[in-house]
Ligand binder design. Structure first.
Ligand code: PMP
Length: 403
């Protein structure tokens, strides 16, 4: 992989921050966008902009065709059986909320929903609120200290009361790549459907929804070099066909009278109102870009960055890294004895290095480790070994200053 060549596609990386070359290690929060993605959005607004599915005029047909082609591209990318199973949303958060809303009639008093202890708030709070409303119970599959889950424990938790398992593909804090295929197999043996939170999974793992077997898979475009404000809810046709609509309004209807409304077919039933067409086209461009570079090349490079950074950080006195799964994505959360993560993050920023500090929207996981937050460095395809050297030196320097 020619990183220098790739970096030319990401002009934002080529800038100084506080007088130092920017080192962008906050990719788990959002990735930067390559020129082909930016160009696709620009081209859309320069030449194709129109509302979709509504007009007989030229531009409307062009925009509609492009939008539906983007849907088909996403379907192929994650190997969905049918593009009707691809719902465009604003992102993972909206995808999960959509599902929590439409599954509500299926969740009765006394039912249970299982999540894991490493969930992002986006895949926790919607289920907790649904349980509260419907007098159901939220059960939490515990995380081990090394940041993994115990599949035997999962088996025991999947009692007949359980109506859904909602679990992350990859943890945004620990980097743990959960064995999702095995998880789905275990859940299905008990007749429990599975939602996978793929916000990180889409960027750091090969996602083949038919192979994994998940009933639902949610992700955000912006984690995989696509624009913000666009995401996907994949749902098996047999599920989505049965579930009620989410939001009501234009596009999602079949026939409307003052007395009664019937609803449109999939996927439009779940896309009320004007969608983010430019976002969908940007997502297609990002997935094409990733495919062109090659998923294996990207994952291989990210793994090298992860191994190298882990080794370098471990040499720093007082270092505590959270998440030691054998299968781990390029995310390192850490603390250093006697150093507040926020102070470290601020000093790193002064040296041009962007990392995330805080609870990473996973407060219960922080409680489990008895900490308030961590510093998190997370890598993308454009990061380099040299940047890791700069980062490790900067951490050492900052620690000396703070101690
Ligand atoms: N789940 C995980 C694992 C995440 O990392 C994130 C984003 N940090 C989300 C859910 C929420 O994604 P979004 O904010 O794009 O909706």
């Amino acid at each position: 992989m020619d990183i220098e060549h790739i970096r030319k596609d990401f002009p934002i990386l080529n800038q100084q921050v506080n007088g130092k070359p920017l080192v962008y290690f906050d990719n788990a929060a959002t990735t930067q966008k390559p020129l082909p993605v930016i160009q696709r959005i620009t081209d859309y607004y320069l030449h194709e902009n129109s509302n979709v599915h509504r007009g007989v005029h030229h531009l409307s047909l062009v925009a509609t065709e492009a939008y539906e082609k983007a849907r088909s591209f996403v379907a192929n990318y994650i190997n969905a059986e049918d593009s009707k199973e691809i719902i465009f949303t604003r992102g993972t958060t909206e995808s999960v909320n959509l599902l929590a809303t439409v599954l509500s009639p299926w969740i009765q008093a006394g039912d249970e929903i299982v999540i894991s202890g490493m969930e992002h708030h986006s895949n926790l709070v919607p289920w907790q609120q649904l349980c509260e409303r419907n007098k159901a119970r939220l059960k939490v599959l515990p995380v081990d200290l090394d940041g993994t889950i115990d599949l035997n424990f999962l088996k025991k938790m999947l009692t007949p009361q359980v109506k859904l398992l909602a679990i992350t593909h990859i943890s945004n804090v620990l980097g743990t790549i959960n064995p999702v295929k095995e998880i789905v197999r275990i859940a299905h043996e008990q007749g429990v459907p599975v939602l996978l939170d793929g916000a990180q999974g889409i960027a750091h793992a090969k996602v083949d929804v038919q192979d994994i077997g998940a009933d639902f898979y949610a992700f955000s475009g912006h984690k995989i070099y696509a624009p913000m404000g666009i995401g996907i809810l994949y749902g098996r046709f047999t599920w989505l066909r049965r579930l009620p609509p989410y939001q009501f309004g234009g596009e999602m209807i079949d026939k409307v009278s003052f007395e009664k409304t019937t609803f449109n077919e999939l996927p439009y039933k779940y896309e009320a109102g004007t969608p983010n067409v430019a976002g969908a086209l940007g997502l297609e461009a990002a997935l094409r870009y990733v495919e062109e570079i090659g998923l294996d090349n990207i994952f291989d490079h990210e793994d090298k960055l992860l191994q190298y950074a882990t080794k370098k950080l471990q040499d720093i006195e007082g270092m505590r890294i959270f998440g030691h799964a054998k299968d781990k994505a390029a995310v390192i959360s850490f603390l250093i004895n006697g150093v507040h993560p926020y102070d470290l993050g601020m000093l790193l920023d002064q040296m041009g290095i962007a990392v995330r500090t805080g609870h990473h929207c996973a407060e219960p996981l922080m409680d489990f480790y008895g900490i308030q937050g961590t510093v998190r460095s997370s890598f993308g395809m454009y990061n380099t070994m040299e940047e890791i050297d700069v980062f490790a030196d900067a951490v050492e320097k900052a620690v000396q200053m703070l101690r």
